[in-house]
Design a protein around this ligand. Structure first.
Ligand code: GLU
Length: 368
């Protein structure tokens, strides 16, 4: 096997199209319906976007369709407060631990009444929003939240009014969370104001292209490869990615990481971003597509992500690792440079693999 073979951009595109072709027709899963707006989104929408290190964005499918960012916004606001307060204060005021429970769990708060656990579940996200400056000033806070998401996405995002209305009249569980946290002194602004801004940030409309730019900006240490602007200090990238890796897919995160190796964050609007950083080990995109295509952004549930069990065939020279999937050999590659991130769609969420051009066959026995 030629270990130094580069995957060309053409091969990458071919893999992207192949992943799209193979999973476009997959109709497993269903829309989230606890937010009425989401129940009515066309479930056939499907797109995959990969933002490369030089700023080129590869897309296939419905990558210009605007859908609700939902919980992917938690990543952006986590970043905002990390930037403002620093990691130690965030650990102290919110936490960075996986709950192992559903995204909107009240039980998780009761069990860990000292912390809302992490900014990437609802409790911690509402808490994070409450910390954004200027405290007490709804308009100022909103500007800060939206401006940050604009800069991560590389272009302006806009509110989907109908989604915001729909979510505002149905967010009783989140209201309970906000007030419960208030009782534990874990809301640092007015609870209703914090809840409203959290709901509003979840209702921002984004495209798959914008989300992949956001994922790439995180992967590239805060440097947005599309706008060529620094959005946040490089040191925060690993903090944010560790949160994504530990709880980005909620109570399914362990299985997800085990199977895909891609730190990912879901949104109930159907999007998923994946972030791969330096020295990540990546798989052929078609294979990742196969795994990930089985995730649907349905109420935060990961359905049958992975309907088959790969058998592992350790390559004797340790240079590559082959997985036999459905009788077909899949080879893992090492990405020799920073690679980035991925995707979004409306309800047929698929996270393609990351990629830039520096991909070499190598050992899989490292860790990401
Ligand atoms: N706005 C949604 C909620 O709070 C976000 C959930 C998600 O995307 O996982 O219910």
């Amino acid at each position: 096997m030629d270990r130094d073979r580069r995957i060309t951009r053409e091969e990458l595109k071919a893999a992207l199209y192949e992943a799209y072709r193979r999973f476009k027709g997959n109709t497993d899963g269903k829309n989230a319906d606890y937010i009425p707006y989401l129940a009515n989104v066309d479930k056939d929408l499907f797109g995959i976007s990969i933002c490369l290190k030089d700023g080129e964005v590869l897309t296939v499918g419905d990558c210009n369709y605007r859908f609700g960012i939902e919980s992917i916004s938690k990543v952006a606001t986590a970043l905002l407060v990390l930037k403002e307060y620093g990691p130690e204060t965030i650990i102290d005021m919110i936490g960075a631990d996986a709950t192992g429970m559903p995204f909107n769990s009240i039980l998780a708060i009761l069990l860990e009444n000292e912390h809302p656990s992490t900014p990437l579940v609802n409790a911690g996200a509402i808490s994070a929003v409450s910390m954004v400056s200027p405290v007490g000033n709804s308009r100022g806070k909103w500007e800060a939240i939206k401006d940050n998401i604009d800069r991560l996405c590389g272009s302006e995002v806009t509110l989907i009014d109908e989604l915001y209305r729909s979510e505002s009249v149905s967010n009783h569980n989140n209201r309970a969370i906000a007030w419960l946290l208030k009782g534990y002194d874990r809301i640092y602004d007015d609870p209703e104001l914090s809840l409203d801004l959290y709901t509003r940030q979840c209702s921002l409309g984004v495209t798959a292209t914008q989300l992949s730019t956001m994922a790439a900006t995180i992967a590239f240490g805060g440097y947005n490869p599309v706008t060529k602007r620094r959005v946040f200090p490089a040191a925060l990238s690993e903090k944010l990615t560790s949160m994504i890796a530990s709880v980005g897919m909620y109570e399914y995160t362990g299985d997800w990481m085990f199977r895909t190796g891609i730190p990912s964050k879901s949104g109930v609007g159907g999007g998923i971003i994946g972030v791969l950083q330096s020295d990540a080990y990546i798989k052929q995109t078609t294979y990742a597509g196969e795994i990930l295509a089985h995730y649907r952004g349905t109420g935060g549930f990961v359905g049958s992500i992975y309907p088959y069990q790969p058998t592992v065939d350790h390559d004797h020279d340790g240079a590559t690792q082959k997985f036999i999937v459905d009788g077909k050999e899949e080879v893992y590659y090492k990405n020799n440079d920073q690679a980035a991130g991925v995707v979004g769609t409306a309800n047929q969420a698929v996270n393609a693999n990351q990629c830039n051009l520096e991909i070499y066959e190598s050992s899989f026995t490292g860790s990401i």
